[in-house]
Design a binder for this molecule. Structure first.
Ligand code: GLN
Length: 568
């Protein structure tokens, strides 16, 4: 792996300018949302925006990382398995990123070591400074010049989010590279926004500035001075607190933004716009912008309509991990996008699939009873993607329940494979039907290992990224939800697939395979006949869902959800 090649420089073109977002005090401040929202506001000023996420871990990409520890693995069109923040960028800024937009320490070192082995360093001692830092700068500059919005020219602004917290050992080479970059490009090309926390202490609720002061001091000791501060706080910052932060952090008072708690994240671009964040950035970077205030009507509409949704619908999310929004972040976001379109707030009922299993009735009867009560009290059931055998029999029971009781069911990737196993076992009578992933020994592998992927390596060995699905039955429900196109392009991430030799039997039992790939052998979509909504998709529609363009499989407006389940 080596750093991406930049397109040839166009004569007379203004260079791409940079907005760097760093974080201080604590992790989990929402740097990703802040960075994406900055992108939204700049885009609304008529500027073209791209973005880079830097993750200072040694993994080459997020593909081998546990969603339990690290949140979901987001998948890009080009098959890149990346940090979930890239999902935030794609959704907020409405761009299509590449795997190179996610830089990790692993990628940088891999590239440096490859160069060293090739002899590119001509006998030099290869060191963090300058070789690793040069590689980082080169990567940033070349990837930032690749357009991500379908146009041919590079973006005006590249928003870079540096993961972690300033002062972390892991991020030091990145900080040093960014310091050098800011110095060589100059202030009119490089703007630094530091995201910090202003906690509130005591009964009087005093807003405390000291953690931010310390974190800015740390940043300045490393040679970077923030141009703007974005302070996370429960309430808007009071004037004297801003004055104090300005004085001690060396940042003009008009460049101190407060990102206070909001009812939903679509408000964040609005509060940044209201505080004129765009004006401060545009002024510093000396950018030409379109006249008038940034056009954020769509965002205002979404933020307000979501706040005003009166009815909610219970969606049972039956997975391996529960109560972990980050592990299924794009599914949760796709439900939110759909909720605005369908005027229904999703009330996600997290169910640990293993709690539904018969064995749990003996070991943890209360958890078992509660899980079933929650499942039965939900209006629809969603089984998201997943790997490994934990909870599989619970998922099969949930799919059976949905099939037999005509409860709307959406199975994504693993969720589709589950519906095939369930039908094979309980309708076709193949009691040992299974996926090769969970049982190597059965003769009835209704879900089998895909022939073209490696059996020895874990990283980057799946069918990944954007692939085409052709509708084989154009009048099927899923095709209608997509607006009846001949095919759809969705993102994939799987090693196993439906065994085509079982398809005729399953079809005759009522499970229709209504979409497949160009070979017509790989099944992509299933629908159950005589059921109001029972759909399984081998792809992950959630990755391409956008706030104003909710993913079609999530948006059946005619879904019979059963009035009894509506709550106000
Ligand atoms: N584990 C299954 C496979 O690899 C499903 C993958 C997924 O749900 N993303 O095919």
């Amino acid at each position: 792996m080596s750093s991406p090649a930049a397109p040839a420089e166009e004569e007379g073109r203004a260079p791409t300018k940079y907005v760097l977002i760093t974080g201080g005090v604590v992790s989990g401040l929402g740097k990703g949302v802040t960075a994406s929202s900055i992108g939204v506001v700049l885009k609304a000023c008529g500027l073209r925006v791209t973005c880079i996420k830097i993750d200072p871990y040694l993994n080459t990409d997020a593909g081998t990382m546990s969603p339990f520890e690290h949140g979901e693995v987001f998948v890009l069109d080009d098959g890149g398995e990346v940090d979930l923040d890239l999902g935030n960028y794609e959704r907020f800024i409405d761009v299509t990123l590449t795997r190179d937009n996610n830089i990790t320490t692993g990628k940088i070192y891999q590239s440096v070591i490859e160069k060293e082995r090739r002899g590119d360093y001509l006998g030099k001692t290869v060191q963090v400074v300058p070789h690793v830092t040069d590689e980082i700068k080169q990567w940033i500059q070349s990837v930032s010049s690749v357009p991500v919005d379908g146009q041919t020219r590079p973006a005006d602004v590249c928003v870079i989010e540096l993961g972690g917290t300033v002062g972390d050992i892991e991020s030091m080479p990145f900080i040093e590279a960014l310091r050098q970059l800011s110095f060589s490009l100059g202030k009119e090309n490089f703007c630094l926004i530091h995201v910090s926390l202003v906690p509130v202490l005591g009964v009087v609720g005093e807003q405390k500035t000291k953690p931010t002061q310390h974190s800015v001091r740390e940043l300045r000791a490393l040679g970077l001075t923030p141009d703007l501060l974005a302070c996370r706080s429960a309430q808007p910052l009071i004037g004297s607190v801003k004055e104090k932060l300005s004085q001690f952090c060396h940042v003009p008072v008009e460049n101190i933004l407060d990102i206070h708690d909001v009812p939903n994240l679509w408000h964040v671009p609005l509060i940044l716009r209201n505080q004129k964040a765009h004006e401060a950035i545009i002024k510093q970077l000396n950018l030409a912008r379109s006249a008038g205030p940034p056009e954020l009507r769509d965002w205002t509409d979404m933020a307000e309509s979501y706040d005003n949704l009166k009815n909610s619908v219970k969606v049972a999310l039956v997975g391996k991990y529960t109560n972990l929004t980050d592990s299924y972040l794009s599914v949760v976001k796709a439900l939110l996008h759909a909720s605005v379109a369908c005027s229904l707030k999703p009330s996600i009922q997290w169910i640990a699939a293993s709690d539904l299993e018969d064995a749990t009735a003996k070991t943890a009867p209360d958890a078992h009873a509660e899980a079933w009560e929650t499942l039965k009290g939900s209006s629809c059931i969603l089984i998201p993607g997943g790997f490994g055998d934990r909870g599989i029999s619970g998922m099969i029971l949930a799919a059976k329940y949905a099939r037999e009781n005509k409860v709307p069911y959406l199975g994504i990737c693993l969720g589709m494979q589950i519906s095939v196993i369930e039908m094979s076992r309980h309708v076709l009578g193949l009691v040992d039907a299974d996926s090769e992933e969970f049982n190597k020994d059965t003769p009835n592998h209704v879900v089998m290992y895909m022939p073209e992927v490696s059996k020895t390596h874990m990283g980057n060995t799946m069918r990944l990224g954007c692939r085409r699905t052709f509708f084989s039955k154009p009048d099927c429900l899923t095709s209608k939800l997509y607006g009846s196109p001949p095919h759809v392009d969705e993102r994939h991430r799987h090693r196993y697939e439906v065994n085509p030799s079982f398809v005729p039997m399953l079809e005759s039992a009522g499970l229709h395979f209504v979409g497949c790939d160009e070979s017509r052998k790989r099944m992509e979509i299933v629908e159950l006949q005589d059921h109001p909504f029972y759909v399984g998709v081998q792809f992950h529609p959630e990755f391409k869902s956008r706030p104003r363009r909710p993913s079609p499989p999530f948006t059946d407006r005619d879904l019979p959800l059963g009035e009894k389940h509506f709550t106000r």
